[in-house]
Structure formats: structure tokens, C-alpha cells
Design a protein around this ligand. Structure first.
Ligand code: TMP
Ligand code: ZN
Length: 412
């Protein structure tokens, strides 16, 4: 029930609820049939006054989420492929040991060496860049892991935790670099994950962790980032506190415009870190985040309600004029919007998407059908709700911006 007190998953203190997004189905569980039975969870978002962690209340068991039919493929966005290739190049240049192979009569080009591990390696989009050196992906979802293996990426079928970290160290040694992108916030046992990373890293090794940033969520009123796969929401303050418990510290932070606004943390063992300019940057960011008080979060909840009324008003007005509306991008984020706003096929009969695993299925909690993206232009719709607003530039480039009335479903 929504009224129950929720204990913080990091420090066990009692959390305070600031947002209710109603009953929500499992965000990425697309249905074969409109009438398929669905598990639903109250999507409540809470704040821990002791360690500042922002997290959702109840969520499905992860074993029932990252199954062999997990329908999210990192490679579904060309822009994200480029983003991760750039990260790979940067890691090779800056963080992996290099060696100079002897090529008889040839130039001695430096090459990256060392051992890299990715937690939640999905379809291998990132690790594909490291198949010529020791590497390992940890991925529990069978279908995306098979894609990675086809791409020459070595993977283990597992969720990451302290036990798995120990097994990696035993069989392959400690890692120079650990990478996790858009996954750390999905793992409920934060302390076990952090201890595992601390154990897995070599002395001087680094962990790069990228995830959606709460500051962007508040600013853009992108409440669709809250869905029941995504358990924690990142701030520098809460991340630093959680790391402190496991001898880990942040030595740099960067921000990127991907996935609606992301933060990238550079982490190493605290015992190897000196007091440096980096800690000034971290302290400054935490000062800025002090503005995210509980009152600020409550105000955000009011803005979310307003955002719902705005999008519903827009859609009903178009319908009252006899206009037809379709959706673009059946993302996990769209599940939150559709279910929170109570949008069904009377308003939006169809959402177009590139992921073949979603085609002809129904969006979770609704009777809206997902259709292949290649029918979009044939249909030639005028009004399009861009549920994947986070991929807007890629979509506009592909589909033409001017031809349509693109509607962004979040914000005010
Ligand atoms: P995401 O917002 O979590 O990355 O989900 C993206 C979804 O949108 C995924 O189902 C693939 C789909 N998609 C399209 O249909 N067209 C596109 O151009 C892009 C980039 C993604
Ligand atoms: Zn806490």
C-alpha cells in the first residue's frame, strides 16, 4: 500500500514520500494480448533525509524483469552507439595500460591492454570496442546477452553483486576499469554492488558510472524517468555518501545530454585519492544540490500534476477538432506517462518503434499497440507524441521535423 513507511535501501532510515505516480505495470513488459494479466506496483518516489538517496518504493523482483525477453537494446539508437564508442576511445587513451607491440619493420602504435569489466553489458554495444583485450560483460537478460556474444563479447549470465565480483577476481583477476551505464540505479542492493566494485578494482583502478541525473529530471519535469526498473535516482551528494561506506570516492564528474540528462562519475579507492581540485568540484556540485530540499521535491510533484493536465488538455483538444494522434517510441518512460495520465487507444491508438521484440504487442497497462517504425511514414500522421523526447535530434533528423506537429509529453 502507498501509506506504508519505506526504509531506505542504503542506510535503513525512514524515507519521506514526495511523489505518487499511481499503479504502474512492469515498465518494459509489453503484452501479447490486450487482456493479458499484469502485475502492478504503486510507483511512489521517496527521499531519505539521512543519506539523501532518492528511490522508488516497491519494485518487481529483478529476476522477473531482466529475463530472456528483455526488450531494450542499447544499439537501438545510433547516437548512443556513438556516445559509447567515444567513451571506449577515451578509456583506451586515458585509463587502460598501453603497450607497444613489436611489428617487424612497421611503426610501433600504442595499444590498450589490461582488463575491463562492464556491469549490465546489454547487447555488447560498448564492450565490442574491447574484444582484442581481456574483458567481461555481466548481463542477466538472455536475449540481449546473446547479441553481445554474437558480437564477440565475453559475457557471464549473472546479476552483479559482491559474490560475483569475488568470482571474477578468482577466475580473471582484478580489473583496471569497471564501467556501468544506466544500470547502477537498477540494482536494488546498492551496498553489495558497491562492495563488489571496491573488491573488483585493482589498486589504482577506476570505475566509470553513468546514469540519469536528478537535477535534469527536476528541471525538465521529466517524471517519466521514474519507472519500476529504475530504483535509484542520482545526485552527487547521495552517490558520495554511498561510496564512502565502501572506501570509494569520486575524483571527477561530467554531465552529458544523453538519456534526458546524465551524470558520469569517475570513481577510485579513497585510499588512493589525494585532496585535489576534483574534491572542490564535487563539493561545489553538492552545494548546488542542497537546493533539492524536500520542499523543492514537493514542488516538483505539483509541477508533475500540472504537466499531466497540460498533455491531456492538448490531446483532448486535438481530438475534439477531429485530429488523429499517434505516438513515437514505446520506451519504458512512455509506460509511466501512459499509465499516470490514463492515456489509452481512444487518444493514441498506436505507437511506432524500431524494436522488433515490441512490434504488434501492447504497451504495458494499456490497450495501445506498438507498430513497426517503417509504417510511420506510410501512415503519415500529423500529430505525433514524441515519447522518446530524449532522442529528439536523432528522430527529427530521420523523420523530418517540419512535416509534423511533434508533441513533447513532459515539462510544463
Ligand atoms: P530509451 O528512451 O529508453 O532509450 O528507449 C528508446 C526506445 O525507442 C526503444 O524502444 C527504441 C525506440 N527508438 C525508436 O523507435 N526510434 C529511434 O529513432 C530511437 C533512437 C529509438
Ligand atoms: Zn538513506
Amino acid at each position: 500500500m502507498t501509506g506504508l513507511k519505506i526504509a531506505c535501501r542504503v542506510c535503513s532510515s525512514t524515507t519521506k514520500k514526495f511523489l505518487e505516480l499511481g499503479q504502474q505495470p512492469v515498465a518494459n513488459r509489453f503484452k501479447d494480448d490486450i487482456l493479458s494479466r499484469e502485475e502492478k506496483y504503486f510507483l511512489d518516489v521517496v527521499f531519505c533525509p539521512d543519506c539523501f538517496t532518492i528511490q522508488i518504493g516497491k519494485c518487481p523482483d529483478v529476476a522477473n524483469v531482466y529475463t530472456d525477453e528483455y526488450p531494450f537494446f542499447t544499439s537501438s539508437s545510433d547516437y548512443m552507439i556513438k556516445h559509447f564508442n567515444e567513451l571506449a576511445e577515451y578509456i583506451k587513451r586515458v585509463y587502460l595500460p598501453t603497450f607497444f607491440p613489436v611489428i617487424p619493420g612497421g611503426a610501433r602504435e600504442p595499444q590498450a591492454n589490461g582488463f575491463i569489466v562492464e556491469i549490465g553489458s546489454n547487447d555488447g554495444t560498448f564492450l565490442k570496442n574491447f574484444t582484442n583485450i581481456p574483458h567481461l560483460g555481466i548481463e542477466p537478460a538472455g536475449n540481449v546477452r546473446s547479441e553481445a556474444i554474437k558480437n564477440g563479447v565475453q559475457c557471464w549470465d549473472s546479476f552483479f553483486d559482491v559474490g560475483v565480483a569475488g568470482a571474477i577476481v578468482q577466475s580473471m583477476g582484478k580489473a583496471d576499469v569497471v564501467v556501468s551505464t544506466n544500470v547502477f540505479g537498477h540494482i536494488p542492493n546498492r551496498n553489495s554492488t558497491l562492495q563488489g566494485i571496491s573488491d573488483l578494482l585493482k589498486e589504482g583502478g577506476i570505475w566509470i558510472n553513468e546514469e540519469a541525473y536528478l537535477g535534469d529530471i527536476l528541471e525538465k519535469i521529466s517524471y517519466d524517468q521514474f519507472y519500476n526498473e529504475h530504483i535509484f535516482y542520482s545526485t552527487v551528494a547521495s552517490f558520495k555518501q554511498a561510496l564512502d561506506r565502501h572506501d570509494l570516492g569520486i575524483f571527477d564528474v561530467d554531465f552529458y545530454n544523453v538519456h534526458g540528462g546524465s551524470v558520469r562519475y569517475f570513481v577510485s579507492h579513497k585510499r588512493n585519492m589525494s585532496e585535489s581540485a576534483a574534491s572542490k568540484k564535487v563539493d561545489h556540485l553538492i552545494d548546488v544540490e542542497n537546493l533539492y530540499s524536500f520542499d523543492r521535491l514537493k514542488h516538483f510533484a505539483v509541477e508533475v500534476k500540472r504537466s499531466k493536465h497540460k498533455i491531456l488538455g492538448q490531446l483532448h483538444m486535438i481530438k475534439s477538432w477531429g485530429g488523429e494522434i499517434v505516438g513515437y517510441g514505446a520506451s519504458a518512460k512512455s509506460t509511466t506517462i501512459l499509465n499516470y495520465c490514463g492515456i489509452d487507444r481512444d487518444l493514441i491508438p498506436v505507437i511506432y518503434d524500431t524494436t522488433k521484440e515490441k512490434h504488434h504487442k501492447f504497451c504495458p497497462g494499456t490497450n495501445i499497440q506498438v507498430m513497426p517504425h517503417y509504417h510511420f511514414n506510410g501512415h503519415n500522421p500529423t500529430n505525433v507524441v514524441l515519447f522518446i523526447w530524449n532522442h529528439a535530434s536523432e528522430v527529427y533528423k530521420k523523420e523530418g521535423f517540419k512535416e509534423r506537429n511533434w508533441i513533447i509529453p513532459i515539462g510544463n
